[in-house]
Ligand binder design. Structure first.
Ligand SMILES: Nc1nc2c(ncn2[C@@H]2O[C@H](COP(=O)(O)OP(=O)(O)OP(=O)(O)O)[C@@H](O)[C@H]2O)c(=O)[nH]1
Ligand SMILES: [Mg+2]
Length: 297
């Protein structure tokens, strides 16, 4: 029998560098939502990649950031736990932006995780010039002496993903697969649906509002007489003014959120979906321990 490798990998990097996009690209299916707003990811989401020689369990996290709320503190704690457990850490820097103090701080913080192998990844090469990519590779290479590899890639264009997967797999310890073939994530269907709705709600909102949005599922029920599934979900915001923005003129914005979410939920369930969204206000939930508990943080 040939050797089989398996283990845990996570990506770190400033908000918005593309950690979740890379996770999805490697897994080959959307397991984590993404957006052009920082701090989209709020949980540790596992995506599973099977290769002939082994299995990678990729843990997508919110990433290390400066906490502004109790939610932020809890998320940082979660990330630290994940980092302490994984076999390899991929440090992401976008090719399009010069390496800055934020990147340096994160790269230096990897000292705290001695057990993990470390790889530097220069991403978003599809929108960078050749010169930018070369500069970034050199800047990143100089950040630490213990990189096992420095790899340029594009998660969106799908280039060099195999190089990264092969490299990560070679760094994993020998061991059996941890998940059965065909399993892409351990997220529940309910959680995936809630996240798809949150992603749809994030589109087109700005400033503080993206941070204030949470989604909970009230009920999912298959109708017996048809291939229709009824889903009732709450879009939670922190203030009445935000509620008005989410709903939009005569409900137009909320209708758009529902339509975008439904287009993704239907293929996931393989059923037609009737999606009913309620917008609710939970005052300052990001700072309220009780509310955070209720929302699953
Ligand atoms: N052109 C290009 N865009 C990318 C690439 N990877 C990510 N992006 C974009 O970068 C933005 C942020 O991507 P995410 O995957 O949500 O980033 P993240 O690091 O998970 O962000 P947080 O969860 O908020 O910390 C999105 O608009 C992505 O489409 C890439 O390889 N090329
Ligand atoms: Mg993310």
């Amino acid at each position: 029998m040939t050797e089989h490798r398996s283990g845990f990998v996570t990506f770190v990097g400033r908000p918005n560098v593309g950690k979740s996009t890379l996770t999805n690209a490697l897994v080959g299916e959307k397991v984590a939502i993404t957006s052009d707003k920082p701090q989209t990811t709020r949980r540790a989401i596992r995506g599973i990649l099977n290769r002939p020689g082994g299995q990678l369990v990729i843990v997508d996290t919110p990433g290390i950031h400066k906490p502004r709320t109790l939610l932020g503190e809890r998320l940082n704690h979660l990330v630290e736990q994940v980092l302490g457990d994984v076999d390899a850490i991929g440090f992401l820097v976008p090719a399009t932006e010069k390496v800055g103090p934020g990147d340096r701080r994160i790269a230096a913080s990897l000292d705290g995780y001695r057990r993990a192998k470390k790889i530097a990844i220069v991403t978003k090469t599809d929108i960078a010039s050749r010169e930018e990519i070369t500069d970034r590779l050199m800047e990143v290479d100089a950040l630490r002496e213990d990189w096992d590899a420095v790899i340029p890639l594009s998660a969106v264009a799908g280039s060099q993903l195999d190089v990264l997967a092969d490299e990560l797999l070679s760094l994993m310890p020998e061991g059996p697969a941890l998940y059965e073939d065909g399993v892409v994530t351990d997220e529940s269907l309910e959680d995936r649906i809630a996240e798809i709705i949150r992603e749809a709600a994030l589109e087109g909102v700005r400033d503080e509002l993206p941070h204030s949005i949470a989604v909970t599922i009230e009920d999912i029920a298959d109708r017996e007489d048809s291939d229709l599934t009824d889903i009732h979900a709450n879009v939670v915001v922190e203030r009445d003014s935000q509620k008005a923005i989410i709903i939009g003129h005569k409900g137009s914005r909320l209708a758009g959120v529902g339509a975008r979410a439904r287009a993704q939920i239907e293929p996931l369930l393989g059923r037609r979906v009737f999606l009913k969204l309620h917008v609710r206000v939970a005052k300052e939930w990001q700072r309220d321990p009780k509310q955070l508990g209720r929302l699953g943080f």
